[in-house]
Design a protein around this ligand. Sequence first.
Ligand code: BGC
Ligand code: BGC
Length: 614
Amino acid sequence: MASRLRGRRATTTILACLLAAGTALTPLSAAAAPGPIYQNPRKPVADRVADLLGRMSLDDKIAQMVQAERNAATPARAAELRLGSILSGGGSAPTPNTAESWADMYDDYQRAALATPLGIPTIYGVDAVHGHNNVVGATIFPHNIGLGAADDPALAERIGRATAEEVSATGVDWDFAPCLCVARDDRWGRTYESFGEIPRNAVVNSTIINGLQGKRLAAPGSVLATAKHFIGDGGTTGGKDQGNTEISEAELRAIHLPPFRAAIARGVGSVMISFNSWNGVKDHGNKYLITDLLKNELRFTGFVVSDWNGIDQIDGQEGFTAAEVRQAVNAGLDMFMVPHDYAKFLDLLRAEVQANRVPLARIDDANRRILTKKFELGLFERPFTDRSFLKTVGSKQHRDLARQAVRESQVLLRNDGVLPLPKNNAKLFVAGKNANDIGNQSGGWTITWQGSSGPITPGTTILDGIKQSAGKNSTVTYDREADGLDSSYRAAVVVVGETPYAEGQGDRPDGLALDAEDLATLAKAKATGVPVVTVLVSGRPLDIAQQLPQWNALLASWLPGTEGGGVADVLFGAYRPTGKLSFSWPSSSAQEPINVGDGKKPLFPYGYGLTYRR
Ligand code: BGC
Ligand code: BGC
């Protein structure tokens, strides 16, 4: 009786699995008749890819090369067209925005994909560029500019691993990170996505790829990484986002190529092409860069993905044409991020192949590259979310790691002795628009694409961190505008800087000055005669030379993310600062672009950073 029951339950479980996995996928069992080679995990990946390719129609193949936005393609629609991939753009999240509902959403896409005739799983991509930043409650790490200042490759790798775990908890297989851009002009709105102004910073921190991808892509908690954006994104004239990088090939190779070489050596699975042009030619249509350089010379064997509607820009006109589709595919792009117009893309590409303007061999090559990664990720064997990782989302362990990253990323630029702050018996004042704002200290690419001010996700603000660090008999008084600050205070910590932005919306061609509110708060604090400790929360060096003499200390905090306690660790001396500038700090906006070795005299040079005496 007992054994019959057990047997029944097992059968029910297998049936439930079958139903969950969709009918197309035959589970492997020793007793079952041998299925197709591509479904056999004991076969080499190359054999499985070849077998599957042999079963795919032209429509299957061109669809495999397409990535649509979740907002624009339901699971049923994606499966109907057999799309190869889905993405969440910045801020594109299910409702409610919890890790669990992301997992449910992911599994819905996967279930629909598996129910198609060949049952090819989808691959789902997101921008987890400083932690799993679209998900409320995830751990938000410092943006890359802070990790560049920390200059700790082992730390970057651990952050990659922690991010991959939180991403895995939501099912997502593929991260559009790291950005290996070498930002040469701080007016560029993506400067904070850059580890530093020389290639070395991105090269050493490319360890984050090892953390993301793990020892094996198929291992639990591994995700596919993306080296982006290839190539020259940080070198545009004037720091204009998606602009024109007007430099020689020698300079392109010397400045912008080394991080991609390093990423490929680390086995990065995908590379994203950049929106920028190189000497007037859009990268998205540049066969020399994509095929000759990246695939042939650098021997990149993973797949190449376009940026968001990137092919639209090849001819400089809105939208895309058959000619742009042809040029991009023939240039060597494998996967097309066509968030909304995917059906039109399929029609155009099909016609190009049928007219022999795009060789079938090129389509097969793209499919081979994409499918190889799907097999390597183990998607055919374990297609659904590994929910055992849900407990890692925003976990204490990950937040502790983020706090460590924050304290290591702080760069002390000036100190007349006011820092470290006394822990005990001190009357402290905190002011400034970025003192008590999780959104501001996290920056762009946080919950939404552009990011926003306010309590957008749980975390510790810099003010919270200061309050938690202040010791016995100390008081911490806060007012955003420094109202109430008087000479009775030991020090005023004024937290100012930028508010969130992403991509071109963060371009500042008109200069990098502090805004009127910050200047007013700082002036008010200065007028009281209390020592002023300025904490700058910003995505790049700002133009502060005029104000600097009035400050007793200056700490560059970059965009620390949710763990403001790390800033307090440095302010109170629980951690002696070790961060060093990975950017030359300009003495005025007019100096931009300014980079180490160009002969210009910065306010603080590349590599600068003070510490405390013991
Ligand atoms: C950005 C990429 C990002 C993509 C998907 C683009 O606008 O340039 O970095 O991966 O959007 O969100
Ligand atoms: C998306 C981003 C994308 C951007 C490109 C936004 O709507 O959310 O992910 O990078 O568009 O313009």
